[in-house]
Design a protein. Structure first.
Length: 443
């Protein structure tokens, strides 16, 4: 498997001559299919009321679809020029824009199953809300790029494997570990101090980036002489009134993403729902919201959805037993709610016609290959990602993946050209071969 561009070792510092161009809910991106808005959802945590507003926004301003991103956010596409004010007002009314000046820096992924299923691990979901509150209250944090990433992990190692810039890892006995970039070590703090420590880590990064003069967007881009050091970070925490201890080497855990759950997985709660290619119509989205809200014990609650960085959705208070028809409604809507479905671990970038750089309609091609495999009864294998160009936008993190890249003459699969009439079989063969992820090797 080719090494993803983000993982390539750098011999020279990255020097940025401009700010990042990541879209937001206020700064829209002009795409080939209209304007695009990216709504940050820290930790992927949505109430049913907020989710309903997103569907309304997709219908009122966009193309009637919602896209889930690899950071647990939601994208709206096909937006008309001049819709920005109306969209912002709609999102703000339901709490999705708590601080306009910070909306692009609220990049927080979190363990989607934290606090569920009696795992015995620390419940870290409340850290997400506190970290978001601190970010939005920090003037300094507005200098972060839209690519800077926080991960809040309950100790299992799922989101810690997503190349975050700052990681909070839940630890036993009311403690937490804070990791800076890919440092093998960490700083240990009291769990109650973890969100503030994460903000201070981001401010430490900004100070180092300013000193380096390279306008780095991410921790990995800092030159060696300005790299973040655990000892210096611990000293900064101490100066801020947070007791901290350096842990030189940590056996960082790794856990795979949650899989779709249904009757075939022992009827557990909650449901984990997989929309094909992370894209839903507003009608499909409303089915999700309805099942989430109906999962309340009294039937009158707001409901909760957790969008995962793997483009699935966890419904914490729903199961196939409550309500009894929830599972059937989701399946009828074309959503996967059982393991080993044909769409499991299949991802794709936007492709044509939405992206001007794409060389193919990769989503349509992926659907054709999946349908061919379904007809043959093929088993789920290694993750596969379809890319419309060499940039490989949205490729999987923390896993070894089958790499399909569109070219002017067709597709390359793991670096070799594949004739179009052999594509479906070549993908099936590649997915059936064992692949060891970099994270599993590190573990």
């Amino acid at each position: 498997m080719p090494t993803p561009p983000s993982a390539t070792a750098r011999d020279e510092p990255v020097i940025r001559d401009r700010g990042d161009a990541c879209p937001g809910a206020l700064r829209l991106h002009a795409a080939a299919d209209g304007y695009l808005a990216r709504v940050r959802i820290p930790g992927g945590l949505l109430t049913a009321r907020q989710a309903t507003v997103l569907a309304l926004a997709a219908d009122r301003f966009g193309d009637g679809h919602l896209e889930l991103t690899s950071r647990g956010n939601v994208q709206l596409r096909g937006l008309a020029e001049g819709c920005g004010t109306g969209l912002a007002e709609l999102l703000d009314a339901t709490g999705l824009l708590p601080a306009p000046g910070h909306e692009r820096v609220r990049n927080v992924v979190a363990t989607p199953l934290s606090g569920l299923l009696g795992s015995g691990r620390p419940h870290v979901t409340p850290w997400v809300g506190e970290l978001d509150r601190l970010l939005c209250a920090s003037t300094r944090a507005t200098a972060l790029s839209g690519r800077f990433l926080f991960a809040v992990d309950d100790g299992r190692g799922d989101v810690a494997a997503l190349d975050p810039d700052v990681t909070l890892l839940g630890a036993p006995r009311g403690r937490a570990l804070v990791r800076l970039g890919a440092d093998p070590g960490a700083v240990e703090v009291d769990a109650a101090d973890a969100p503030r420590a994460a903000l201070l880590a981001a401010e430490y990064f900004l100070d180092s980036a300013d000193a380096a003069g390279t306008r780095a967007w991410r921790v990995s881009e800092l030159p060696a002489e300005h790299a973040l050091e655990a000892g210096e970070f611990a000293a900064r925490l101490g100066a801020a009134g947070i007791t901290a201890a350096v842990v030189p080497a940590v056996a960082w855990p790794y856990a795979p993403p949650p899989r779709p759950w249904g009757p075939g997985a022992g009827d557990p709660a909650p449901l984990c729902v997989l929309p094909p290619l992370g894209r839903l119509t507003s009608d499909q989205w409303r089915v999700l919201v309805g099942v989430a809200a109906a999962g309340e014990d009294d039937g009158e609650g707001d409901g909760e959805l957790r969008i995962t960085p793997w483009r699935s959705v966890v419904l914490p208070r729903a199961s196939i037993r409550r309500p009894v028809d929830g599972y059937a409604r989701l399946v009828a809507a074309g959503l996967s709610v059982a393991p080993d479905g044909p769409w499991e671990s299949v991802t794709a970038c936007t492709g044509q016609p939405g992206c001007a750089k794409a060389l193919s309609d990769v989503r349509a091609d992926a659907r054709a290959v999946v349908e061919a495999g379904r007809a043959e009864g093929e088993a789920v294998g290694a993750p596969v990602h379809w890319s419309g160009c060499e940039r490989r936008c949205g490729h999987p993190r923390g896993a070894a993946w089958v790499d399909l890249v569109a070219t002017p003459d067709g597709y390359r699969l793991d670096g070799r050209p594949v004739p179009s009439h052999e594509l479906a079989q070549a993908v099936a063969d590649a997915r059936s071969q064992p692949r060891v992820s970099e994270d599993a090797v590190k573990k």
